[in-house]
Structure formats: C-alpha cells, structure tokens
Write a protein that binds this ligand. Structure first.
Ligand code: 5AD
Ligand code: SF4
Length: 473
C-alpha cells in the first residue's frame, strides 16, 4: 500500500437521515492516516456515524467526537498519533473549561496493535477500536457516553462489512467518480519486517455477492473507476457460479461486466499471488488499467530470504517479463525498504540493479523501521541510521530519474483520461491517465465523470497537460 501520505477524510456525511439518530446534532472530525484501506474504512465509519446521527466537520474545534484512523506500518506513522493526541488533550481541556464535552477515539492499526496501552500513554482517550470491529462503533460510543473507557480490539466473529451500513447514493456521489472497495483484508505472508499480519489479522476475502452488490451500487451512483483494495489483494479468492473457484482475475472479469464501471484497478499485490488468470485479465480486459503496484522490497536474494518474501530477484524479474508480454504498456510501481538488518553494500547494489532492470513508473521507498513483535526487530546487524539515509537518497535519486523518464515519454501520446475534479486554477479540470498520472485539461474538454481522448502536450513537475482529440464517453 502507499502508506506515506496522511490524508484527512474530508467527506461529510452531513444531512443524512438514516435510522435512529441517537447522536443527533453531534459532529465528528475524522482524520485518516496511512493507506487506502484506511480511507475506505473511514468512509464506512463515517456512514455508520451518520446513521447514528453524527454529521462530519472539517474543523476540529467544532467537533464533539474526534476519531483518528491510524497507521502502524512504520514508527514515524505510529508516533504521529501520539503527537496528535497531545494536541487533542489540550483541546479537550479548553472545551471542558467552557462546559463542552469532547470524545476522543483511536481507530485503525495503532489501536489494534497497542490496545489498552494507548489509554495508559494518553489517558485523554475515551475509545480504542480496532479495524475488525468498526460495526460496533455506535455501541462503543454509547458506552463511552455512559462513562466507560472502551477498548474494542477483538477479532470479531461476525463480518464487519455485513453489519456496517451501506453508503447512501448521496454519499457516493459526494465522494466522486472514483471509489475504493475493500475486497480482502489481512495477510498470511509474514514478511519479517511487517506488522500487518498482527494488526489486520489473517487473510480474509469478501464474498463475490457482497463485492458485486457494492460495485453495482457505486456504478449506479456514477462511479466510473473502481480500485479493489486488500493488503494482499491478489490473494483474494471466492466462489463463482456453479461453485467455481475464483481468483482476482475472474472477479475483475465479473466486475468489468457492470455497466458504467469503465476502469478497474487493484492494490496491493504480492508477487507470489500473481497467477496466470490475473495476468490474462491484464491482456484481455480493456477495463483493467495497465498499471500494477507490485512491491519487491529488495533486489538481494539474501535479504529477500531474511525478509521471508519467498521469492528471488530472478523470480520477480521473470514475473515482470511475463506480465509485460501480456500487456506491453503496463506501468509498474513498487515498494522498497533500505537498511533491513544485515543489508550490506552489495545487497543494496543488487536492489539498484533490479530497479535499473525494471524501470518503475512510480515507487515508494522507506528506511527500515523495526516494529515491535516482528522477527526483523530481533535480528542482528541493524544498519546504522546514517547508512540507511545515504542508501535511501541514492535509491530515490534513481527511482525519480525513471519516474521522470516515464512522465516525459508521455508527451505527444494520445490516451484516455477520466475527468475527476475541478483543477486548482479556474477553467481547469484534472483527470487521470490509465497510468494514474494526473492530467490537466481545459474545463471545456468535458464534464466530471467523462472519459475523453486527449493528446499530451506538456509534462509539468507533478502532472501532464493535455488537449482533447475527440470525445469517447
Ligand atoms: N519498515 C519500513 N518499511 C516498511 N514497510 C512495511 N513495513 C516496514 C517497516 N517495518 C513498507 C513496505 C511495504 C510498505 C507498505 O511499507 O515497503 O510494502
Ligand atoms: Fe506485510 Fe508482507 Fe503481508 Fe505485505 S505481504 S502486508 S509486506 S507481511
């Protein structure tokens, strides 16, 4: 997942009139850290809170409830939460001085990993709720109102998605023409650096029926591009008609039959789960976008083994060849970790060599951050911070060079663009290319939700500029 961004969920569920309104008139400020799965979860929590009577606010000072949806992937991400809680403690005191109440909740992966410890470190917190129990949020808040400190971090037996309210058509429309849909959660791979198997639990796939129903609902509300999410999305499996075993390739084929869903994406994938049916989906289904996030983490076999990735650099490169043979214009994106315990200069050079062989269009690279409870944290030969810094700099310089080459190579090309939103400057609209590049067009080029054919005229630092050639939808 791309976990390097902090995203504030700005989507108000205001004015919704669903169910009993136990908390009518109350306002929630929801802040989302980390990956797209958290963004999706925040939207579902926002829907659950709307059904409970809460409206959303983007101003923390106005809120009666502040909910932080947190990320635990690296130490920095987790520590951000505690600094935010420090600020909230002061706000709560200011509110109390004028007789107002402020409820503070911590959700997400820090909640799952640290549980009650959060209450010890930040007594100002009222509620700690893990990702598997979001459907219990309204009840947990009712208990908080009765004066309890609530910690909900069990792996619930029931399926949270079955119990969470569906977003209303109005909410979906407000969220735009692209949407996320979680199809799979958790991970059984146990890479030795990673907390995900501990915070999100083991791999669970949602059913075909649930996914199709939700996708149809999105399409009916005007969503044109759907991104299927999962920590190990390509490990998704389900049962199709007549009891057939389905993998993600078959699911994509089914979803591509839904009218209006013109573009499909999925993230994040593990190299070991890239099966032939999925590769064939990239070849055969025009709706499946030619972009694949396929993290490799390292190019050194020794380090890959220590990371328990269970593939070699050569396996990965052979897989990339196979994918490119099926879809020659596919753009690849990756994640890298530098400074895993025991990583030598030679190991790091092997990573640079792999990067040179693949030439990623997009990449995310991180310094190794030891996570409590993971095997990597207890390994010998931790790499000094200064060495990690130097390696990260070299790696990022190489990755940015390739990224820039990819961007520049788009100039002069004709491609389809999904118009997503107004641009920053008046008269502009921003869309996305099939390769996830932001593309700026004139507002006369089409309406939000249109997919238009454009020619790229120029590459800016962060986006492409284009002019329409002819309208395609
Ligand atoms: N330290 C640094 N990076 C990590 N990632 C996961 N765990 C760690 C860690 N302990 C990176 C991996 C993963 C991405 C989501 O975050 O590259 O693919
Ligand atoms: Fe973490 Fe590895 Fe699972 Fe990805 S595949 S979530 S890196 S354990």
């Amino acid at each position: 997942m791309n976990l390097n961004d902090t995203i504030e969920d700005d989507k108000a569920a205001a004015g919704q009139s669903v169910g009993a309104v136990r908390s009518a008139g109350k306002k929630v400020f929801l802040k989302t850290y980390g990956c797209q799965m958290n963004v999706y979860d925040s939207q579902r929590m926002s829907d659950a809170l709307a059904a409970d009577g809460y409206s959303s606010t983007e101003t923390v000072e106005d809120a009666d409830l502040v909910l932080l949806n947190t990320c635990h992937i690296r130490e920095k991400a987790a520590e951000k939460v505690y600094s935010e809680l420090g600020r909230l403690r002061d706000l709560k005191a200011e509110h109390a001085a004028v007789g107002r109440e402020l409820t503070i909740g911590v959700a997400g992966c820090v909640a799952q990993a640290e549980g009650r410890e959060i209450l010890r470190r930040s007594p100002t917190v009222d509620l700690v709720i893990g990702p598997q129990t979001y459907h219990r949020l309204p009840d947990a808040l009712a208990r908080v109102r009765r004066g309890e400190k609530v910690v909900e971090t069990d792996y619930a037996l029931e399926d949270k998605f079955e119990h969470l309210p569906q977003p209303t058509r109005r909410d979906i429309v407000a969220r735009g023409v692209t949407a996320f849909l979680t199809v799979q959660e958790g991970c059984d791979k146990f890479c030795t650096f990673c907390v995900v198997p501990y915070t999100r639990g083991s791999e669970v796939s949602r059913s075909v029926a649930q996914i199709v129903a939700e996708a149809e609902q999105f399409a009916a509300a005007g969503v044109r591009e759907l991104t299927l999410l999962g920590q190990n999305v390509n490990a998704w499996h389900g049962v199709g008609p007549q009891g057939a075993d389905w993998g993600l390739g078959q699911l994509l084929e089914r979803l591509s039959q839904i009218p209006g869903l013109t573009r499909l994406r999925y993230t994040t994938s593990h190299p070991r789960d890239m099966d032939d049916a999925l590769i064939a989906a990239h070849r055969d289904l025009p709706a499946v976008m030619p972009y694949l996030h396929l993290p490799v983490q390292s190019g050194s076999d020794r380090i890959l083994k220590a990371m328990n990735r269970r593939h070699t650099a050569a396996d990965y490169l052979a897989l990339i060849d196979k994918i490119r043979a099926a879809r020659h214009d596919i753009a690849l994106s990756g994640d890298f970790i530098v400074g895993f315990p025991g990583e030598t200069d030679d190991d790091f050079e092997a990573t640079l060599n792999l990067v040179r062989a693949v030439r990623y269009a997009q990449a995310y690279s991180f310094k190794y951050s030891p996570r409590p409870g993971t095997p990597g944290a207890d390994m010998a030969d931790h790499v000094p911070e200064s060495v990690k810094d130097a390696r990260l700099q070299r790696l990022q310089a190489l990755l940015s060079e390739h990224q820039r080459d990819f961007t520049v190579s788009s100039v002069g090309k004709t491609m389809s663009v999904l118009i997503e939103k107004p641009g920053r400057l008046p008269g502009q609209r921003v869309g996305r290319s099939p390769w996830l590049q932001p593309v700026i067009v004139d507002e006369t080029a089409g309406e939000i939700g249109d997919i238009i054919e454009v020619r790229i005229t120029r590459a800016g630092p962060a986006s492409l500029f284009a002019e329409p050639v002819s309208s395609a939808g």
